[in-house]
Design a protein around this ligand. Structure first.
Ligand code: UGB
Length: 624
């Protein structure tokens, strides 16, 4: 009688569906009325919340869990019926050869930009990174101190600007949805609030929040209680796969269709390089009619990145599909087939023969919407990954739960569209696309010491951003040394090999396409940047004609400020990385990177007034 109607209904549901008594510890042995009533109410409300947040309710969740836990206990191989083959796909190279010329893909992408909409999955905690805040708040680099969230927003803003310029249409608006979880939601909202949404209109940034799911204590899917609290069920994250159902449930996909959008771009939280690949990938999606296109990179064998595979069904070709196989499943799968060598490199390339999944996806909206409206409502296939106490595979070391991944959506595409589903991927060079910050410094140092060249730390992510910009400017014929060779050029800071410089930041408002870089730098009489230099360039209408830098230079221009750098020669003490003193304590954000930056001297130009300016040999910015 103390329970609310919804609470009471959920308890009754739990009892009625519990045919094997697996949940008796939850609903059985309640003390008499009047005793612990608050606890009873709390439990019933939580059961009702769990019921409401999962399609089909808690009963559906538990019955799926039972099945999957049984298969796991029996060590059923989920790939039994399949053989993993290396899939055929597209490849693009910014400065080399691909299956399609880069400039052609980029042009097609530029034409499609107006139809893009972005989703950033940011519900994960930075446990591996050793960071207790939200990963989106981490600074991508110490030259501009731009955090991940701001970087993605600035990129989207730059895309919108370019789309408006190209089409002459002022009404193009590119929205962003951020998926948070209970763990990341308050801090993400606070970050946006503290920064006034980074200047975006309120309706252009939407937050959807994923719910946690019930934790399970044993192979019968018994609900795990929170420590000694018999009135509280333990919950855990369900994985980034929640994003599809949430977009459907919140009506966002319907809204985008009405607005005439054509593609949805999914981004992960801490890979600053990936934005380079979005426009060309969009171009490939359009050219090839892909319903789903995964951004890929050459994968290091054993790397914690999924592999895109063609899973060939042994008896029914209609069940074959191109899909990610997650890194923890790849080795056992490959050990069970062919040469049985497992997840090893191809001796000819040094990389895994399977494309590495950067897990940034471009989905075609029409096919996606159709798929989400199917019976699964975007709930992607789940899996369990219990850590067993011993080989009997009966008891868990700690409670487990159902998990799901956003890159598993091809199975739903296939279910709703059959063989019509057109699933592809686009490979890019690693330097251009992939360097996420996922690991703590210690784990990164260990990876380096073990011969893995991808430490995946804050510092390697920052260094790779500079290398990328060195390469972009070099491509545009600038006189810039590319320092990227771990054996001869990189220097160790905090145990992680990083580029000694130059440290170059080409902000999204300076260039997000190859076309822009060539237009702004490619025609320069001179653009020389010494190795010890740091350079920040920002401005849609900033052009380099003649520039020499040996030190630190920052030029930031407003949208309507046209600036030509013609004859500027910068020579100053510049900026330097400072290693941490092992005897001192540092803030978490500093200690996970392993250094700070000392900004000794800077030549800085911030020009926001509309008009035309030249920065010449005398170092003055003159209005012309
Ligand atoms: N995320 C959520 O939004 N909600 C969740 O419940 C969990 C995560 P991780 P991991 O880039 O190399 C992925 O933890 O294990 C967000 C791919 O599955 O960084 O490294 C989270 O905030 C893998 O195939 O994922 O693996 C983050 O933005 C591989 O490509 C994102 O989901 C790998 O990334 C990924 O979470 C990679």
């Amino acid at each position: 009688q103390v329970l609310s109607e919804r609470g009471r209904r959920s308890v009754v549901n739990l009892v009625e569906n519990d045919t094997d008594g697996a949940q008796a510890h939850v609903y059985g042995g309640w003390p008499a009325a009047g005793s612990e009533d608050e606890g009873k109410k709390q439990l019933a409300e939580q059961l009702a919340d769990l019921d409401e947040s999962y399609p089909g309710g808690l009963a559906a969740y538990l019955s799926k869990a039972k099945l999957l836990l049984k298969e796991s206990a029996d060590a059923v191989n989920p790939f039994e019926e399949y053989e993993a083959l290396v899939p055929e796909g597209e490849s693009l190279s910014f400065d080399g050869e691909g299956t399609m010329p880069f400039a052609e893909a980029e042009q097609k992408g530029i034409e499609a930009m107006a139809g893009a909409t972005f989703v950033l999955v940011a519900g994960g905690l930075g446990e591996r990174l050793g960071y207790s805040g939200i990963k989106l708040s981490l600074e991508t680099n110490l030259c501009t101190n731009t955090n991940y969230l701001e970087l993605y927003v600035r990129y989207i803003q730059a895309m919108e600007y370019l789309a408006r310029q190209k089409t002459g249409r002022d009404d193009i608006r590119i929205p962003l949805v951020i998926m948070t979880s209970g763990d990341t939601d308050p801090l993400t909202r606070q970050l946006l609030k503290d920064n006034n949404n980074y200047g975006r209109d309120d309706d252009l940034i939407t937050i959807v929040t994923q719910d946690k799911v019930a934790a399970l204590k044993d192979g019968s899917a018994g609900l795990a209680l929170e420590g000694d609290d018999r009135w509280s069920i333990q919950t855990k994250p369900h994985g980034h796969g929640d994003v599809h159902h949430l977009l459907f449930r919140e009506g966002l996909v319907d809204k985008w269709e009405k607005e005439g959008k054509s593609h949805v771009v999914f981004l992960q939280d801490t890979n600053a390089l990936v934005i380079n690949s979005v426009i060309p990938t969009l171009g490939v999606s359009v050219a090839k009619g892909f319903h789903m296109n995964s951004i890929c990179i050459p994968r290091l064998a054993g790397e914690a990145a999924g592999a895109i595979t063609r899973l060939e069904h042994k008896s029914d070709p209609n069940k074959s599909l191109v899909i990610n196989v997650e890194y923890n499943q790849l080795d056992p799968l490959l050990r069970s087939q062919g040469d049985k060598k497992g997840d090893v490199p191809d001796p000819n390339t040094g990389y895994s023969p399977f494309p590495g999944n950067a897990n940034n996806l471009v989905l075609e909206l029409g096919a996606y919407a159709k798929t989400l409206r199917g019976e699964d409502q975007g709930v992607v296939l789940e899996f369990v990954n219990p850590k067993y106490k011993d080989d009997t595979r009966t008891e868990f070391k700690k409670p487990t739960r159902l998990e799901c991944m956003m890159q598993d959506i091809p199975k739903l595409f296939q279910k709703e569209m059959g063989q019509e589903a057109n699933i592809g991927f686009t490979m890019f060079d690693r330097w251009f696309t992939f360097s996420p910050a996922k690991n703590a410094l210690e784990a990164g140092v260990e990876a380096v010491d073990n011969g893995n060249s991808a430490p995946g730390t804050m510092s390697s992510a920052e260094s790779d951003k500079y290398v990328q910009n060195q390469r972009k400017l070099k491509f545009a014929s600038a006189d810039v040394k590319v320092n990227e060779d771990p054996a001869t050029e990189l220097v160790k800071v905090g145990g992680i090999p990083v580029t000694p410089g130059p440290r170059i930041m080409l902000c999204p408002a300076f260039a997000i396409t190859q076309e822009e870089i060539l237009a702004k730098v490619g025609g320069a009489e001179k653009c020389t940047i010494s190795e010890r230099s740091s350079v920040v360039l920002e401005g849609h209408n900033l052009n380099i004609k003649n520039l020499e830098v040996d030190g630190a230079l920052v030029i930031r221009c407003g949208d309507d400020t046209h600036v030509t750098v013609d004859g500027l020669k910068v020579e100053n003490k510049g900026w330097e990385l400072a290693e941490l003193d092992p005897s001192k304590e540092y803030e978490e954000t500093v200690s996970i990177r392993g250094y700070t930056m000392s900004k000794h001297e800077t030549a800085e130009y911030v020009l926001t007034e509309p008009g035309n300016y030249v920065i010449g040999a005398d170092g003055e910015a003159k209005k012309v």
